[in-house]
Write a protein that binds this ligand. Structure first.
Ligand code: NAP
Length: 259
């Protein structure tokens, strides 16, 4: 699948665990050189070691301009190109309105939204020079489509990523750089392992497919957006959620209960 990607180079931010780790592993399997980025180098190194000789780790905080510039420079120095950026790093601390502080709000926006802008800005010189590039942003269904108490700042950051994407896609089209977004539903990550079976079962119960997604469900979609085969697709968000956003009321799922 997607032979066009063999030998290319991808930067994956937030790749030390969760969805980013899944994306990094999947792109590594597909034969790309992978720069595994997170703030903690030891964690990123573990994922790079899992992938193999075609991967290496880099420590960067995506909310800091200098870090993202150094990240792009490292990819160029180690692999000679930046063909794909997966801007995936994100945080989701919960705080309801009234309790949410300005610092809480800024931290989420700085990491998720400004971090996307800075990561994209850092890779643009290399992509523009090659007149080719693929940018895949990890957004969410939360914000662009749904809401959840405690996540007004998170939802704003994830919806903001899609607003950013649409204009970026227009601006970068002349350079043959596409910008698309994967929008995960509830995905089974290491972070979910401690929440208990009851929580997982109740969350899965809201999904028509009655299960959470895997990190590879997201990674496969990111791989498609990165491929040559997806070269005429830009500015699009793809929900990957087992149908979670579809029921117009709980009755829709109850109707199917016996199925
Ligand atoms: P996760 O397991 O908590 O992993 C987050 C990753 O981001 C880690 O590698 C973390 O590493 C890195 N990170 C956090 N802040 C960073 C920063 N400032 N600079 C660089 N790296 C940073 O999260 P996840 O669940 O996989 O989520 C990944 C993305 O998917 C996020 O954008 C999230 O909004 C989105 N998403 C997730 C779900 C889900 O169900 N899990 C659903 C919808 C959307 P360090 O701590 O070492 O930096």
């Amino acid at each position: 699948m997607f032979k066009s990607l063999e030998g290319k180079t991808v930067i994956v931010t937030g790749a030390s665990k969760g969805i980013g780790r899944g994306i990094a592993l999947r792109f590594g399997q597909a034969g790309l050189n992978v720069l595994v980025v997170s703030r903690h180098i030891a964690e990123a190194q573990k994922v790079a070691a899992e992938i193999g000789a075609n991967a290496s780790a880099f420590a960067a905080d995506v909310s800091k301009t200098a870090d993202t510039i150094a990240m792009a420079a490292a990819a160029l120095e180690r692999y000679g190109a930046i063909d794909v950026l997966c801007a995936n790093a994100g945080i989701f601390p919960a705080a309801k309105l009234g309790a949410m502080t300005e610092a809480d709000f800024d931290h989420v926006i700085d990491t998720n939204l400004k971090g996307t802008f800075l990561s994209v800005s850092a890779v643009l010189p290399a992509m523009k020079e090659k007149k080719q590039g693929r940018i895949v942003i990890t957004s969410s269904i939360t914000g662009p489509i749904t809401g959840f108490p405690g996540w007004s700042h998170y939802g704003a950051s994830k919806a903001g990523q899609l607003g950013f994407m649409r204009t970026a896609a227009i601006e970068l089209a002349p350079w043959n750089i596409t910008v698309n977004a994967v929008m995960p539903g509830n995905i089974m990550t290491e972070g979910m392992e401690g929440v208990g079976e009851a929580y997982i079962a109740s969350t899965a119960g809201c999904v028509p497919m009655k299960k959470l997604g895997s990190v590879f469900d997201i990674a496969n979609a990111a791989l498609f957006f990165a491929s040559e085969e997806a070269g005429y697709i830009t500015g699009q968000g793809l929900s990957i959620d087992g149908g979670q956003i579809l029921p117009e009321s709980p009755l829709a799922l109850e109707e199917m209960g016996a199925a």
